[in-house]
Ligand binder design. Structure first.
Ligand code: BGC
Length: 725
């Protein structure tokens, strides 16, 4: 392998490269959005291509890749017709007949296919702590994506969610890099190795995107290289090891350096250290943004040179040929060697070849009729498992004959359950939802003795508060469904993590009636609920559970389903205290520099919180040895027992803590997880293998190191200690 990770490629790829002009090579490095080649579409669900624009892109400009939908989902046949037309042109009417690589953002199911199966967002999938389930979900997505003729998915998101203000928090697998790495890799395998065939997965957004200091989308991250390597790089390493096909770059900057301009991160680390060999695609217009937004390039041509020298292979331009013109000129001037193009084009063509596009430019639809019922069953299972019961004073499960008052902006909203990227980019179009997507109030009405529904409050505005309070006063139990309506990317930027005041007022007023109140939180990030959390009889964190979320929530509230989700993130109590589960000791010191008191670690809910209708106890934690040599694996075995009277699922979480280290140790770190399902009274031994990788930290020189010394291992309330010699 050459230092930039290039390899020779197959004979077919090499033969093509040998014949390609510079213009054709740059074309393979160019990606346009569908809107740039589409006519105004007469009917929703289909797209009419503009023959002139398409010809200009594919025949004259040799464009090798197209992405995206228009403003909504296309039907399966809408997609296939568009793909057939594009590929017919690319394969029959260009000199070399190279098929187009079409990419799509199927980030929580087949969210750009009309009626496509929708899963909870990654944050909800993370709450399941269930790798097998995440893999099955991705297999469903792959099958539906291929059925539409689409071969490339811009998923999974592997950004680690360590900044809850960030409007893409829900796209992450939570705050622990271990969870992002393992569940993200399960998604990569499901997309690429499922029974329906291979969809290329994309690890995105490399690197450090998810931690903007201000919480705003695409705003600067102020992270040191050591911290990035500790918390943000590991999921990408794991995904590369899992064979992920492509990588998409972070639109933001790290410590002053836009990642699209970073040779260090894109080439030295991604190619040299991680050994990634597939194509690296930019994010939306991000080469132009090096000039217009980041201002590290005085013009677009300098921006193109910067990004290519840093290591990008494909530019999502996404609607112009500037990159094409500039890169062709740069090669003509000798500023960029043609061999540099070869390395990128080889990667792009190799991916096309691996996907079988040279033989079948539009992937064959699954031979059998799509198994819609089977896909929906997996989605429902995932929605159920994603729900986290945070508190319950005994009001849940609800009695069948309960008279309910149902209120809050999420109660009758489908878009507040699907969230962003659901049938459209922003996800806000209820009309796009399929008929089997229900609302919470409808699902509750189908189960309760009686339901009185009053909206009570909008997401940001007061509506009919008094009527909601009157309904609550008449009811046995009030269900208040609060949260956030759908948003995606910067449209979801906020300046205050607190839930909007009209919603908090509604919850407070309903609680004040004395009627036991169940809060359901449908949201993309943990909005602060100070002043209402303590008065609630129960709180269910629903996140954005997908289009079957309403049914799953109702089943949990009535006890038809036993909740098993655990929080994959820390739920803050105060807007200015976003301390995470793996904080440093100095982050917990109070005003008197004591590790307790008002300044201590005091989130509203901790990573790992989550109740069940049964109880689980940990009986013992045994270590294979009290002392291990550095590099030796250590077995940690815990016995977990279902001590209640219902069967239930439970994720066993293992944390470690170093007593001392050359870099300040974390108070605890999540180092293992395993989901088990236990019958009443049943016990199970769960063994975790702690190898060097799960014990090391990133040292001051940026290299992983396993230092000698004492560690605690913690599972629930049980702890054991060992030493690394
Ligand atoms: C997002 C990416 C997405 C791309 C293509 C960008 O705005 O940041 O996550 O893959 O658009 O739609």
């Amino acid at each position: 392998m050459s230092p930039d990770g290039g390899s020779r490629g197959s004979e077919r790829v090499q033969a093509l490269l040998d014949r390609m002009s510079v213009e054709e090579k740059v074309g393979q490095m160019t990606q346009l959005t569908l809107g740039a080649v589409a006519a105004d579409s007469p009917r929703r669900g289909t797209v009419e291509l503009d023959a002139g624009k398409l010809r200009e892109a594919i025949v004259e400009r040799h464009v090798g890749s197209i992405l995206n939908t228009l403003d909504g989902p296309l039907t399966l046949s809408g997609w296939r017709n568009a793909l057939e037309e594009i590929q017919a042109l690319a394969t029959a009417e260009t000199r070399l007949g190279i098929p187009v690589l079409y990419g799509i953002d199927h980030v929580h199911g087949a969210n750009y296919i009309a009626g496509g199966t929708i899963f909870p967002h990654n944050l909800g999938l993370a709450a399941t702590f269930d790798e097998a389930l995440v893999r099955r979900a991705a297999e469903v997505t792959a099958a539906e994506t291929l059925a539409a003729g689409l071969p490339w998915d811009f998923a999974p998101v592997l950004d680690v969610g360590r900044q809850p203000l960030w409007p893409r928090y829900y796209e992450t697998f939570g705050e622990a890099e271990l969870v992002a790495g393992r569940l993200g890799s399960a998604a990569v395998r499901g997309l690429q190795e499922g029974p329906a065939g291979r969809v290329a997965a994309t690890a995105k957004h490399y690197l450090g995107y998810s931690a903007p200091a201000t919480g705003r989308d695409r705003a600067p991250a102020l992270l040191g290289r050591r911290t990035i390597r500790e918390h943000f790089l590991p999921p990408f390493r794991t995904a590369v090891e899992a064979g992920v096909s492509a990588v998409m770059v972070n639109s933001g900057e790290i410590d002053g350096e836009p990642v699209h301009a970073s040779r260090y991160w894109l080439t030295d680390v991604l190619r040299g250290e991680l050994g990634f060999r597939g194509p690296v695609v930019t994010d939306w217009a991000d080469i132009a943004f090096l000039h217009t937004r980041h201002r590290v390039a005085p013009d677009r041509k300098a921006a193109a040179r910067l990004a290519v020298e840093a290591g990008i292979d494909m530019a999502m331009t996404p609607d112009n040929f500037d990159f094409h013109d500039h890169l062709v000129a740069l090669v003509a001037e000798g500023a960029v060697p043609e061999t540099r193009l070869d390395a990128s084009v080889r990667r792009v063509l190799t991916l096309k070849e691996r996907l079988g596009l040279f033989d079948r430019p539009v992937p064959e639809p699954a031979r059998e009729a799509p198994d819609v019922a089977g896909a929906r069953a997996v989605a429902l299972e995932a929605s159920r498992a994603s729900l986290v019961l945070l508190t319950n004073d005994g009001v849940l499960p609800l009695a069948r004959d309960a008279k309910l008052a149902v209120t809050g902006p999420a109660a009758a909203s489908r878009t507040a359950l699907g969230g962003g990227w659901t049938y459209s980019w922003q996800g806000g179009s209820d009309a796009d939802y399929p008929p089997d997507a229900t609302t919470l109030v409808a699902e509750l009405a189908g189960r309760a003795g009686a339901v009185e529904h009053v909206e009570g409050a909008g997401f940001t505005a007061e509506v009919d508060l008094d009527a909601a309070v009157a309904a609550a006063a008449r009811a046995d139990v009030a269900v208040v469904a609060l949260g956030e309506d759908a948003y995606a990317e910067w449209a979801g930027d906020i300046k205050d993590l607190t839930l909007p005041a009209p919603q908090l007022r509604l919850a407070r007023a309903v609680i004040a009636t004395g009627t036991p109140t169940v809060l359901v939180l449908a949201q993309g990030r943990p909005r602060i609920i100070r002043g209402v959390a303590d008065g609630a009889a129960a709180i269910l964190h629903a996140g954005w559970p997908g289009v079957h979320g309403a049914r799953a929530i109702a089943e949990v509230l009535f006890g038809d389903v036993n909740p098993s989700g655990r929080l994959p993130f820390t739920y803050p109590r105060h807007p200015n205290d976003l301390t995470l589960h793996d904080h440093k000791r100095t982050e917990t010191f109070g005003p008197r520099l004591e590790p307790r008191g008002p300044g201590g670690y005091d989130p509203r809910f901790q990573l790992g919180d989550g109740l069940s209708y049964t109880t689980f106890e940990y009986e013992e934690l045994r270590l294979g040895a009290e002392e291990v040599a550095a590099g030796d694996a250590l077995a940690a075995t815990v016995t977990v027992r279902n001590t209640g009277d219902r069967a239930g699922g439970h994720a066993v979480l293992l944390f470690t803590r170093r007593h001392y280290a050359s870099v300040t140790p974390h108070v605890r770190r999540l180092r293992g997880f395993r989901k088990v399902v236990l019958e009443p009274g049943e016990a199970r031994e769960v063994t975790f293998i702690l190898d060097a990788r799960s014990l090391e930290h990133v040292g001051r020189d940026g290299e992983p190191v396993l230092e000698a010394g004492a560690f605690d291992v913690m599972v629930g309330g049980v702890t054991a200690t060992f030493r690394v010699a």
